[in-house]
Design a protein around this ligand. Structure first.
Ligand SMILES: C[S@@+](CC[C@H](N)C(=O)[O-])C[C@H]1O[C@@H](n2cnc3c(N)ncnc32)[C@H](O)[C@@H]1O
Length: 252
C-alpha cells in the first residue's frame, strides 16, 4: 500500500476512535479528543507498518492543525508553505524519491569514472544540478544532461546551467526518456525505484556503458565495483557495467 494512503487511513482511524469515544461519553473536550485522535492515528500507522518516521508526524498532525486554526496566523502563510513544498517535492509522495544533493566527493568520484575521450552523461533525477555543473565545467569535451520532474529544483538547475554550454537541463520523467545515447547514467534516488531503473538500463543502455547509483544498490545484482567516498556518511557508489543480455542473477 502506498505510504500516503497508509497515512490517510491512519488519520481516519484516529478520527473514528475519537468520534466513538466522544459518542460513548468516555472522552470530552477539544484537547482530550485531539490527544486521543493523535494517539490512535499513531498506533494505527504502526499497525499498518508505516515507516517509523511517520509516527511522530501522526502524533503531531491534528494538534498542529487545531493549534494553527486557533492562532492568529494568516492562512495565506500555510498556503504559501504548501505550494513551496509541493513545487520542491512534487511527486515524492508517489515516487518516494525526495530531494537531496550529491556532494563534492561524489562529483570527484564520478569525474574519475568518465572516459578520457568525449562522453555523454545523464543524471536521472538531476535535482538542482549539483553533480552536473562542476562536471560540465571540468570536462568541456563531454555532454551532460539532467532530467528532473519537480518544478522548483528543475527551474533552479535550468537557471544555474545558463552559460554552461555542454549542460542541458530537461523537465520530465526520466522513465519516459531514452537512455541509449549515454555512456554513463547516474542515479541518486532511493531504494524504491531501483528495480525499475535496472530493468530500463538493461533494456536501453549500450553494452559497456556504466550505470552508477549513489547509495542505493540494485536489487539482486552484484555491482562491478563499489567506490566508498571520503565523506562523513561513507557514501557508496555502486557501479554496474552494462553487458548485452546481462541478467541480475548472472552478474559478477
Ligand atoms: C536525491 S535527488 C538527487 C539530485 C541530483 N541527482 C544530485 O545528485 O544532486 C533525486 C531527484 O530525483 C527527482 N525524481 C524522482 N523521480 C523522478 C522521475 N521519475 N523523473 C525525474 N526526476 C525524478 C526528484 O524530484 C529529486 O529531485
Amino acid at each position: 500500500m502506498p505510504p500516503a494512503l497508509k497515512a490517510l487511513l491512519a488519520q481516519l482511524a484516529g478520527v473514528a476512535v475519537a468520534f466513538a469515544l466522544a459518542r460513548a461519553g468516555v472522552v470530552s473536550g477539544l484537547w482530550p479528543l485531539v490527544a486521543v485522535q493523535a494517539a490512535a492515528a499513531c498506533i494505527s500507522a504502526a499497525l499498518l507498518r508505516s515507516a517509523r518516521w511517520w509516527l511522530p508526524i501522526h502524533l503531531a498532525f491534528l494538534p498542529a492543525v487545531v493549534g494553527a486554526q486557533r492562532s492568529a496566523i494568516d492562512p495565506r502563510w500555510f498556503l504559501g508553505a504548501f505550494v513551496t513544498l509541493a513545487l520542491v517535492y512534487w511527486s515524492s509522495f508517489r515516487s518516494q524519491v525526495p530531494l537531496y544533493l550529491s556532494n563534492r566527493h561524489a562529483v570527484r568520484a564520478v569525474s574519475a569514472l568518465l572516459p578520457a575521450q568525449p562522453a555523454r552523461l545523464l543524471d536521472i533525477g538531476a535535482g538542482t544540478g549539483s553533480l552536473l555543473r562542476p562536471l560540465a565545467r571540468s570536462r568541456p569535451d563531454c555532454r551532460f544532461t539532467g532530467i528532473e520532474i519537480a518544478p522548483a529544483p528543475w527551474l533552479a538547475g535550468r537557471l544555474l546551467a545558463l552559460g554552461v554550454p555542454n549542460l542541458s537541463f530537461l523537465r520530465g520523467d526520466f522513465f519516459a526518456h531514452d537512455w541509449a545515447d549515454f555512456d554513463l547514467v547516474y542515479a541518486f534516488l532511493s531504494p524504491v525505484p531501483m528495480d525499475k531503473v535496472w530493468h530500463k538500463a538493461r533494456r536501453e543502455m549500450r553494452p559497456d556503458s556504466l550505470l552508477v547509483s549513489n547509495s542505493f544498490a540494485l536489487p539482486g545484482c552484484a555491482p562491478d565495483e563499489v567506490v566508498e567516498l571520503d565523506d562523513r556518511r561513507r557514501t557508496r557508489l555502486y557501479i554496474y557495467r552494462i553487458r548485452s543480455q546481462r541478467a541480475p542473477e548472472t552478474a559478477k
